[in-house]
Design a protein around this ligand. Sequence first.
Ligand SMILES: C=C(O[C@H]1C=CC=C(C(=O)O)[C@@H]1O)C(=O)O
Length: 426
Amino acid sequence: MALVTTSATPGEQAGTLVVRTVPLDPAAVDSMLDLLPTDQPVTWLRRGDGLVGWGVAAEVRTSGPTRFADADKWWDETTTHAVVRDEVGEPGTGLVCFGSFTFADGPAASVLVVPQVVVGRRGGTAWLTTVSRGALTPPPVVPHAAEAPAPPVGVSFADGALDGEHWMSVVADAVARIGDGDLEKVVLARDLVATADEPIDVRWPLRRLAEDYPMCWTFHVDGLFGATPEMLVRRERGLVTSRVLAGTIRRTGDDERDLALAATLARSSKDLEEHEYAVRSVADALDPHCFSMNVPEAPFVLHLPNVMHLATDVAGVVHDAATVSSLRLAEALHPSAAVGGTPTDVAVDLIAAIEGMDRGRYAGPVGWMDASGDGEWGLALRSAQLEGATVRLFAGCGIVADSDPEAELAESQAKFVPVRDALSAG
Ligand SMILES: C=C(O[C@H]1C=CC=C(C(=O)O)[C@@H]1O)C(=O)O
């Protein structure tokens, strides 16, 4: 069943959103995470650029199969009614929302939120956007460093829904079904539960993730946080891009060995097959929206501190930007075979049947969108859901005919490392 709840509906009922964007001295926002207060912070950062925000000016929660369409309709109405004065005119200025969507069509809530304050930075340009409801001019805000977050205290980790042995038997079951010809690929995930002595301030792991994984998109929306290397879809002024990842090898920490492993990954037929399914699913979903598209023939190897991935950057020129938002593109792409499988419907049903947990917003689209519908939607991979002193960490692995359950378990452990490390006090 689809459900839509808003904390403030657009239009007259709740008062028009009044939005103002002004330029900032980029030096004043050198470290954007330092500006974040504890008041409902949101984050989308990569290599020091991106957006941070806080406070809630408006919000919608949706669920079920129409969660993307319902949220998009709300955004359309919200932007139509808003009064915007934008003195910067860059992607990410003016009225923007942040969003995080569930992997599955079930009753769990997806969210779009409009912060009261957004600070953005793109290269040498920085800006401040303030949003208020019904007032003529949003109150001026001078961004300043917030009080630093305290480190998590007494964190311990335990198995989530399934322990490692049990999860390996689920992977073996999937491999058998692939061998039987039921499907070609399925992505299976598992969870860990971290418990601290006191409620965790999400700004602590965000700082750690942004510092340790600068090549990833560090995100936080409504308790879901992480650093993802995978861009499901970015649309900017008619150009659409997607970074597809699938096929992984763990790093050893020895640079020479890792280079040899990268070469092995680039030749691994198991990983190339796994990757090809993911690229094809993205290219097929983008095709109806594009005049032209570039899909490289062979992947490159993306080096992250914990793992290396086969990666392909797909690019296209869209013909329907006036009527289809980046969120609706994300919907069209979701779930790609990097988080679902091939064929999609068989894989999604198998995940629900054997994975043994609800993914919530893990592996769903997470990102932001502006009033024109342009935006960036990453995949909330190897992410974590924070609730008070408890954090649920998620990581998943693509399973194909040649997958080995023990190797997949080790791969999932490596994918937990970023958030595990980010929760440590050191
Ligand atoms: C589902 C996840 O990773 C996907 C993305 C990149 C590589 C993957 C892999 O090699 O298995 C997964 O398909 C995750 O990290 O939680």
